[in-house]
Design a protein around this ligand. Structure first.
Ligand code: XIL
Length: 353
């Protein structure tokens, strides 16, 4: 049978077989760019390209070597160790150990810090979430927490996520202990306390699903408008950017960033990842490259978008597989710390302007 085929046909059959076997042995496509991402971001006029990190990962020396490269990452966000349950697990008992470790790493490697976060419904200790509060006592609890944490890190934090995820997707305020006790006034209480404790820190509200048009971005625009009108300190809005593969709308993301910056606040991409339904194919990784290029390209197109933070740089430590079962491979480095095509997408966005 083979003898009856032409030589060219035979060759092309062999090529297909080789390509298939290389896929089968899982040589997924990798990045080729030689650009370092923080350097590229800064050359493009942005303040930083950064990454979330978490304390347990810092014992992984291969991981740490890449994280410490300041040409690659100019900014860190602690994924967990500055949250309320870590910082003030019991009332008036403060533990800064984990946060201090990440701040020290940033100082040693010349990076700026985003502080994350001060007031959030999640990772909130029971003593706060289930306390029997009056508006007065909860105000005092928020002020003590915010003042103590921000004062501890005074002068070391570029920007604080003072409020995290205050809205439901339908644009109503999330009914957590803060809102249920204080209405939306808890937001200005926290922002004012943070400003008093570190007047030089940029104060942010951070939220997800601001990447699309709809009631949530409208609510955030209204909130910023109201805070500005009341003279409450608010400097920026964090657009988390936990994307699903192929679901990026450049026009909606850009319109939303511009609606916010028009009010006189900065925006930042604070928690970028792009999750893939597993198993990821080579085509998925190419689509992911396109998604990353589009998202970072929107930040490039909006002068008030100050920087981009990935929610950890590697699939090895991504929060996605445990939080979204069936999804993964969301980060620009794979679980072996090898750069994926997504890396090239980011580099392309920072360099083609
Ligand atoms: C995530 C962390 O990455 C996980 O390690 C933790 O178990 C849960 O929180 N939005 C946020 C982040 O603002 O704080 C969350 O971080 C991810 C979603």
């Amino acid at each position: 049978m083979i003898l009856s085929l032409g030589f060219a046909t035979l060759l092309s059959l062999m090529r297909v077989a080789t390509a298939q076997s290389s896929t089968a042995t899982s040589s997924a496509p990798t990045a080729t760019s030689t650009v370092s991402l923080n350097m590229a971001a800064k050359a493009a006029g942005k303040l930083y390209f950064g990454s979330a990190t978490d304390n347990p990962e810092l014992t992984d020396t291969a991981y740490l070597t890449i994280l410490n490269d300041t040409a690659m990452f100019g900014q860190l966000t602690p994924a967990n160790s500055m949250k309320w349950d870590a910082i003030e697990p019991e009332q008036n008992v403060f533990n800064f150990t984990g946060g201090d470790q990440i701040v020290a790493l940033a100082e040693q490697t010349g990076k700026i810090m985003r502080g994350h976060n001060l007031v959030w419904y999640s990772q909130l200790p029971d003593w706060v979430a289930y306390g029997n509060w009056t508006p007065e006592t909860l105000t005092s609890v928020i002020q003590t927490h915010v003042t103590t944490e921000v004062s501890h890190y005074k002068g070391k934090i570029y920007a604080w996520d003072v409020i995290n995820e205050p809205f439901n997707d339908n644009g109503t305020f999330r009914t957590d202990v803060f809102y249920n006790t204080l209405n939306s006034s808890y937001i200005s209480i926290a922002l004012n306390a943070a400003h008093a404790a570190d007047p030089d820190a940029m104060l942010y509200i951070n939220e997800y699903n601001l990447e699309y048009s709809g009631p949530k971005i409208d609510a955030m625009v209204q909130l910023v408008t109201d805070l500005k009108a009341a003279g409450t300190p608010i400097d920026g809005i964090g657009i988390e950017s936990h994307f699903i593969l192929g679901e990026v709308s450049a026009s909606e993301l850009q319109a939303n960033m511009e609606a916010l910056t028009a009010l006189g606040v900065d925006v930042a991409i604070t928690e970028l990842d792009d999750r893939i339904e597993l198993p990821a194919t080579d085509a998925d990784l190419e689509q992911q490259k396109a998604d990353y290029e589009t998202i970072v390209g929107v930040c490039m197109a909006v002068s008030g978008c100050v920087g981009v933070t990935v929610w950890d740089y590697t699939d090895k430590y991504s929060w996605i597989p445990s939080s979204f079962p069936g999804y993964g491979e969301a980060c620009p480095w794979d679980e072996n710390l090898v750069r994926k095509p997504a890396y090239d997408g980011i580099a392309m966005a920072f360099t083609s302007y």
